[in-house]
Every structure is written in C-alpha cells, then in structure tokens.
Design a protein around this ligand. Structure first.
Ligand code: GLC
Length: 577
C-alpha cells in the first residue's frame, strides 16, 4: 500500500552480473566511489524517537529517553544516528508534519534536551543526521495559516493553490488521503490546495525563491548547531509542473514516474548544495533514488554537486506477504552495485520506520530460525558496498506486531485506507491480513529493553502496544548471552569498521544461480573477503570457485565451526582469503 515504488525504467541499463569491471581506468583515474569519505565509512543507526525510550511516563519516547541510552548506542559500535523528525508537530504523521522547524516537539522535550543529546553523541564520537521534511509542512505551520488566510498574503505562494473559479484542478493522487484526492477545497479563499500526503501536509512551492531561502536558513540553523547530516524526506516530489496538466487515466498505479524528479529538482539541489552543503561538513542522503539508475546518478554523482548518497527502494520493496525470490534479490543488489561501481554512492538497508520488521519480511521469525536468519541478514547489510542504515530494534530481531484489530493500529495512512475500504465496500478481512504483514506500525512498536512492564519502554501506557514477545526478545536478556543477536550485531559492525575492504571493495557475485545461497567476494588493496549467506531454512551447498586454502574464518552465526562448501539453515560466514 505505502510507497510501492515501481522502478520500471530500469531496462536499458547495462547489467554486468558477476563481472563488475570497476577498477580505475584512464578516463577516470579516481572513480568517486573509491574516494574515501567519513559518510561512506559510517554505520548509521536509525532511531524512531517516539518508540525508543520514554523518560517521563507519558507513553511516548523522548529525547531524555534517548540520552539515557547513549551508552547502549555507543556499545553497538555504530558511528552515526539518524533521528526521525523531532520538530514541533501536531503529529498527524508522527512528526512528518512540521509546524515549527526551529523547535522541538513538546512530547519529545526541549531545545536544551536536544543540545544535550547532540553533545552526548559527539562526546562518544557518534554523528547526528536529522530528517529534513520540506516537500510539505504541517497545515498548522505559521506559513500555511498565513497562506490560507488570504489570496494576497505574502505567504500565498509558499504552497500550491488553485482558485476555484478556474474550475476543479486536474486530478492528483494523494498517497495518504482518505479519498486519495490530493486537492483539498478550502472555503476561506474559495481555492484548492495540494497535498501529496495527508490534508494536514500541504506541499510547499519550491518554485518560490522566498520559500527556498527560508528552507536554507532552517538548514543552516541546524548545521550551525553542529549536526552532521540531513536526510531529505520525500524530496524527489518537491519540483512540480505548476500548470498541473492532466495525467493519463490510471497514472496513480505508476505515480512515481509523474511525481518524482520533475524538471527543476536538480536546480534546487544544486542551489541547496551551494547555499548549505558546500559550507559545512554535513552529509546528505535522499529518500529514494528516482525511477532509474540515471535519476539516481543525477542526484548523487560527486561531480554534480547535489547530494551525497541515494537510498534506493527497489531492494527493500522485494519482500511480499507470500515471500520473495532470492534470485530476484541477488539480481537487484548486483545491478545496483554494478551501476554505482564508478560514480555515486548508495545506502544499504532492509528496514526503516516505513517498513514492517526486517526479520519478519526477509528472514524467518519463527522461534527456531529468528535469531539465525536475523544474524544472516545483518551480515548482508554489513558486508555490502554502500553505507549501512540499520533500524533500531532489528539488532534484537524484533518481529512484526501481529495486530488483528484495526483498533490496535495508529498509522494515519493505514487508518485512512481502512475508511476508504469501508466506504468503497472493500474486502476488510483481506485488508486486515495485508496490513498485518506490511503496515508501518509493525516496525514502530516500542523498543524492547527488558522483561518488565511495557518492556521497560515506559511506565505509562505506550502510544502503540508493545509486542507481546517482549519477555523473550529484549535487550537485557541478550546482553547476558554471548551468542545473542545483539552481540552478533556488534561483531558484524566491528568487522565492517575494521575492514575498509567491506566499504570500498569491488563486489563480485559467486555461484550466481544458486537458488538458496547468496555468495560474493569483496576485494580492495590486495585483501579479499568472501561472504556466503544461506537464505533458506534447509542445508545448502555452494561452489564459489575461489581458492579456500588460506581462508580464515572471520564471522559465523553458528557457535560450532562452519564446514567449507556446506551451509546450515540461514548460516552466514565471512572469510578472508
Ligand atoms: C517519507 C517518510 C514517511 C512519511 C512521508 C511523508 O516517506 O519516511 O514516514 O510518512 O515521507 O512525510
């Protein structure tokens, strides 16, 4: 339902599976993908503040809660934290509807708490990446209040308005609206305003230089505080053809093609680079990567001076309720690696706050295989090229929530879609089954700290129910077990941090048609690492064709030693050759 990014325009690109010829060549002596940068070497831990740790018993996680867990975050070995939005917000979409970009959400704390958090992170050598939500604001932002107050307001053109006497504007699909209509009529000035997301998230008008200036000033405000990066939320949608021409009927099935990377976007990003990024040592990551490799390169190739890294969804979108094919998975990750072997930089992730849980979608969350399959997926993330983004709770193998009643959900687009289904006589049991697998709330249940009340997340009533399995799956229990998922995560992080070959090394897929095993080598400056991952619940064999005579085992998710050529269910091994 949410953001099934169809990346159909991938054909026409050269796929060289298994033979990435990405060494330096004469035309391009230092490919930008080999240039060493801190943000390429970073390991990003994503914190969903609302669900991480509540310090004051109101059932909502907060900044003081995160501060109380800084030593835990440090103990993971991660080198950067990405925080979902923490700015003032009426919380229609959990902070992705900002009403004041220079203030902290009341439920999360104060600016003094923020300053203390930033200081605490920096004292531990951890960088901070903030979410920048500027495709839209909240309808409760002062700009929007002024904008809607009169057609002649100075702020009118901060948003997209369509005067009703011109007739109804051409249909625009809204991802979150109950009726999926992105135009909302406002009687105050007899006009419609545009909202690609909810009615409470009006789209900002990037054509307006005044608006752009305001955004850069906001970015500088945070950069001057010393933050280390920005994640640009839904920014691919920012540029629009403001004549709002008619789109073909049914275009919403492929809306990305119409909404993303509209001409103008690169001018805005180049300007943003000039005004902000070039003046600070901050990294920038796009949400998404457009609809083709070309789009993705145009966003992030270093020579273009726009953003640093793309965050492509084709991989994370593979997992479906009925399962997924490993061949497909291997193809997708191989072709993206190949396409970015010389220029540009990618992110590697299998989950975030918009997805259900990693182990439930890509692994096997049954008690028998939960730990093993989760460790195997962690090994994948930590051994691929690209900057790893790891979602909080996955280091414990937290699973989907399994809610069965609509009353248990809090996610606004899910609740809106439920109303939509009811109004259109949709198949409600099928809808409930679908969201049980894919709703974003699955990944947003409170962090499971220990076996006490509410998993140690809050002394009050959590805003979203704690997963019932918290007495078994929790941080305190896993600290005590050397073989826990948590302690394996720490080992995998340390392996990546100590071996730049895992960051910069050339990737070559091995035994490419093996239906059960994903095997690849990484090579850099004379070092060769071999990674073998069994993605199934059955034993499997693998023939990589590499010389194993001097192989040294570096990481294994089983306590007893691996046997070359054979992999146990969900076994993950990393060798140095
Ligand atoms: C992005 C965010 C998502 C949010 C949406 C609207 O996709 O990741 O959580 O709902 O933008 O801001």
């Amino acid at each position: 339902m949410f953001f099934t990014r169809s990346l159909a325009v991938l054909s026409g690109m050269l796929l060289v599976l298994g033979s990435c010829q990405n060494g330096p060549n004469n035309n391009n002596p230092v490919p930008d993908s080999r240039e060493q940068k801190w943000w390429k070497e970073a390991i990003v831990y994503q914190i969903y503040p609302r669900s991480f740790k509540d310090s004051d018993g109101d059932g909502i996680g907060d900044l003081k809660g995160i501060i109380s867990k800084l030593d835990y975050i440090k103990s993971l070995g991660v080198t950067a934290v990405w925080l979902n939005p923490i700015y003032s917000s009426p919380n229609d979409d959990n902070g992705y509807d900002i009403s004041d970009y220079r203030n902290i959400m009341q439920e999360f704390g104060t600016m003094a708490d923020f300053d203390a958090l930033l200081k605490g992170l920096h004292e531990r050598n951890i960088k901070l990446v903030m979410d920048l939500v500027v495709n839209h604001s909240s309808d409760e932002h002062e700009w929007f209040k002024q904008s809607r107050s009169s057609r002649t307001s100075k702020y009118r053109n901060y948003y997209h308005w369509w005067d009703a006497e011109r007739g109804k504007p051409n249909y625009r699909y809204s991802l979150f609206d109950v009726n999926h209509d992105a135009w909302k009529y406002d009687s105050l000035t007899n006009s419609y305003y545009l909202h690609y997301f909810s009615r409470k998230q009006p789209d900002l008008n990037w054509e307006n230089p005044e608006l752009r200036k305001e955004v850069y000033a906001i970015m500088k405000f945070w950069a001057d505080k010393g933050i280390d990066g920005f994640r640009l939320d839904a920014f691919g949608f920012a540029a629009k053809d403001t004549s709002f021409p008619a789109f073909p009927k049914g275009y919403e099935k492929d809306f990305m093609k119409y909404y993303s990377m509209v001409p103008g976007i690169h001018d805005y990003l180049k300007e943003m680079h000039r005004e902000v990024f070039s003046k600070y040592d901050v990294m920038s990551v796009a949400e998404g990567a457009g609809s083709s490799f070309e789009d993705a390169h145009n966003l992030v190739d270093a020579s273009r001076k726009e953003l640093h890294m793309a965050y492509a969804f084709e991989g994370v979108d593979i997992a479906k309720a009925g399962g997924y094919s490993l061949q497909h998975f291997k193809q997708v990750y191989s072709k993206w690696d190949s396409a970015f072997s010389k220029a540009g930089w990618l992110s590697i992730f299998l989950a975030n706050h918009d997805q259900a849980r990693m182990v439930s979608r890509f692994g096997n969350d049954s008690p028998e295989f939960r730990d093993l399959s989760s460790k195997m997926l962690t090994t994948f993330i930590m051994t691929m090229r690209g900057t790893p983004y790891y979602y909080n709770g996955d280091e414990l193998a937290m699973t989907n929530a399994g809610f069965t009643r609509i009353e248990d959900y809090r996610d606004m687009p899910t609740l809106n879609e439920y109303q939509h289904q009811l109004a259109n006589k949709g198949d409600i049991p099928a809808f409930l089954k679908r969201i049980q697998f894919e709703c974003r709330d699955n990944g947003r249940t409170p962090f499971q700290w220990d076996a006490s009340l509410n998993a140690g997340f809050s002394t009050g009533t959590p805003w979203l129910q704690v997963n019932k399995n918290y007495t078994t799956i929790n941080q305190a229990a896993q600290e005590k077990d050397v073989n826990s998922v948590l302690n394996y995560f720490r080992k995998a992080v340390a392996l990546r941090k100590n071996n730049p070959v895992l960051v910069y090394g050339k990737y070559t897929i091995r035994d490419k048609d093996n239906p059960a095993v994903y095997a690849y080598t990484r090579e850099w400056q004379g070092k060769i690492f071999l990674v073998m991952l069994n993605f199934t619940a059955k034993p499997a064999t693998v023939q990589t064709g590499v010389d194993m005579r001097k192989a040294q085992l570096l990481l294994n998710n089983y306590a007893t030693p691996a046997v070359t050529g054979n992999l146990r269910p969900y076994e993950a091994v990393v060798y140095q050759l």
